[in-house]
Ligand binder design. Structure first.
Ligand SMILES: [Zn+2]
Length: 146
């Protein structure tokens, strides 16, 4: 078997089937079903982020801690599951909207809807410590060995 060059179509097909199985998704039976699945997976992360922002919560009062812990968690998931894992891709897709809080602005206002529209991201409700406990429990579940 030739080892150099890009993966074959059969290899990519087998990889997609393995990823679907790992995520508990049916492997699509038609082009339309495949397009729908791809679109759903691409949009799910930002949708979850927007839903999370809609739950009233207290932000952790340290940007340094938020960025450091976010990067550390992403690296831990990357090391445990690899860059093509649905776990890693889902975590990054759900976290990406908050990059606009730390990267230089390209607009005078924030862009992501739950950051841009007042009243969507509300203060109060879930305290920071409870979010940290939940994040730790979720991370422990995602990092555990099967
Ligand atoms: Zn956000």
């Amino acid at each position: 078997m030739e080892k150099a060059g890009k993966p074959t179509v059969r290899q990519v097909y087998a990889l997609a089937a393995a990823l679907c199985e790992r995520m508990g998704e049916e492997f699509p039976e038609s082009r339309a079903a495949a397009s729908e699945l791809i679109e759903r997976l691409r949009t799910l992360g930002p949708v979850l982020h927007a839903l999370g922002d809609a739950i009233p919560h207290r932000d952790i009062p340290s940007r340094k801690f938020e960025v450091g812990s976010g990067v550390a968690c992403a690296l831990a998931l990357l090391a445990r599951h690899g860059p093509l894992s649905p776990v890693t891709i889902g975590a990054l897709a759900a976290s990406v909207p908050d990059l606009e809080h730390v990267l230089p602005r390209i607009s005078d206002r924030e862009i992501f809807p739950s950051h841009r529209f007042r009243g969507w991201h509300r203060e109060g409700g879930v305290p920071a410590w409870a979010q940290l406990v939940a994040a730790g429990a979720i991370l422990a579940l995602l990092l555990r060995r099967e």
